[in-house]
Design a protein around this ligand. Structure first.
Ligand code: SAM
Length: 302
């Protein structure tokens, strides 16, 4: 599809007649729809089409290249899980890198961990950051933490330049592997992540849906088993506005102090927080690693 044809496809089929339908070759033959109250922003960055609309049931919605990235109502399920599954699995995380995640929600969650001293983020698209600050203040609040250093650029290039063993944790909050995020799903990228982690460091990366993308997951698992010599696990959660209603995460650790992702050692105390956790708790952490039989067969070979 040529770029202008692609634009026309998104702008025409997505918002008429009053509903946004998420149409993509990543999930052929199905399209989740939300009723649109008002389109609040439409723009085109150097990397993607960016849209924000007010939905009638999920609050404001951020859409990139026709694909829902977050809604105000269910973003907690994604942001809390992609962040706390890795950070609650290791004691005393200090240096954390976020790749993608321009909306700031993962930063907001990382900032809950008082042991963390440095939070670096590399997001490719400044428009996503600006739009989130304007339309999603409860998500972009993550940028207000003084430990955060924002880098605008390609996460692949950023990681290549990171000195070996720098981070305790890397969180890859990427969009789907069509467009700017494609390389974030490939083997060389995972090799750079492994190099950037200290021994016994952890990575958590967005790893698609077991209902729709088993072939992508199979490749990611094979690459990770090859590269990460500690643990390699798949976890999942529900996010109603993501295609098929679920999303998975690949959690891996480098060789060193062993990491048992299924039994969190670093619980969060949010009892004094003015923004208590909405989704994550220690029970759901453990449950996230239980896989349906069809997925277990492919992912764990059982
Ligand atoms: N945090 C989200 C949620 O709640 O579901 C959704 C995903 S987030 C907005 C995905 C981000 O990854 C986008 O802002 C996109 O611009 C960014 N991205 C894609 N490719 C990238 C790359 N190569 N390097 C850095 N960031 C990238």
């Amino acid at each position: 599809v040529k770029t202008n044809e692609k634009d026309a496809e998104y702008s025409i089929s997505s918002v008429i007649p009053g509903w946004f339908s998420e149409i993509s070759p990543m999930w052929p033959g199905e399209a989740h729809s939300l009723k649109v109250e008002k389109v609040l922003f439409q723009g085109k960055s150097d990397y993607q089409n960016v849209m924000v609309f007010q939905s009638s049931t999920y609050g404001k919605v951020l859409v990139l290249d026709g694909v829902i990235q977050l809604t105000e109502r269910d973003e907690c399920a994604y942001q809390e899980m992609i962040t706390h599954l890795p950070l609650c699995s290791i004691p005393n995380p200090k240096k954390v890198l976020v790749i993608g995640g321009g909306d700031g929600g993962v930063l907001r969650e990382v900032a809950r961990h008082s042991t963390v001293e440095q939070i670096d983020i590399c997001e490719i698209d400044k428009m996503v950051v600006d739009v989130s600050k304007q339309y999603f203040p409860d998500v972009a609040v993550g940028y207000e933490d003084p430990r955060v250093n924002l880098h605008i650029g390609d996460g692949v290039a950023f990681l290549k330049a990171v000195p070996e063993g720098t981070y305790d944790a890397v969180i890859v909050d990427s969009s789907d592997p069509i467009g700017p995020a494609q390389e974030l799903f490939e083997k060389p990228f995972f090799e750079s992540v492994a190099k950037a982690l200290r021994p016994g460091g952890v990575v958590c990366t967005q790893a698609e849906s077991i209902w729709l993308h088993m072939h992508i997951i199979e490749d990611i698992v094979a690459n990770c088993r090859h590269i990460f010599k500690g643990s390699v696990n798949y976890a999942w959660t529900t996010v109603p506005t993501y295609p098929s209603g679920v999303i998975g995460f690949m959690l891996c650790s480098t060789e060193g102090t062993p990491v048992d992702f299924k039994h969190p050692v670093n619980p969060i105390d949010d009892s004094k927080s003015d923004r208590p956790l909405k989704f994550y708790n220690s029970e759901i952490h453990e449950a996230a690693f239980c896989l349906p039989s069809f997925a277990k067969k492919v992912i764990e070979g059982i």
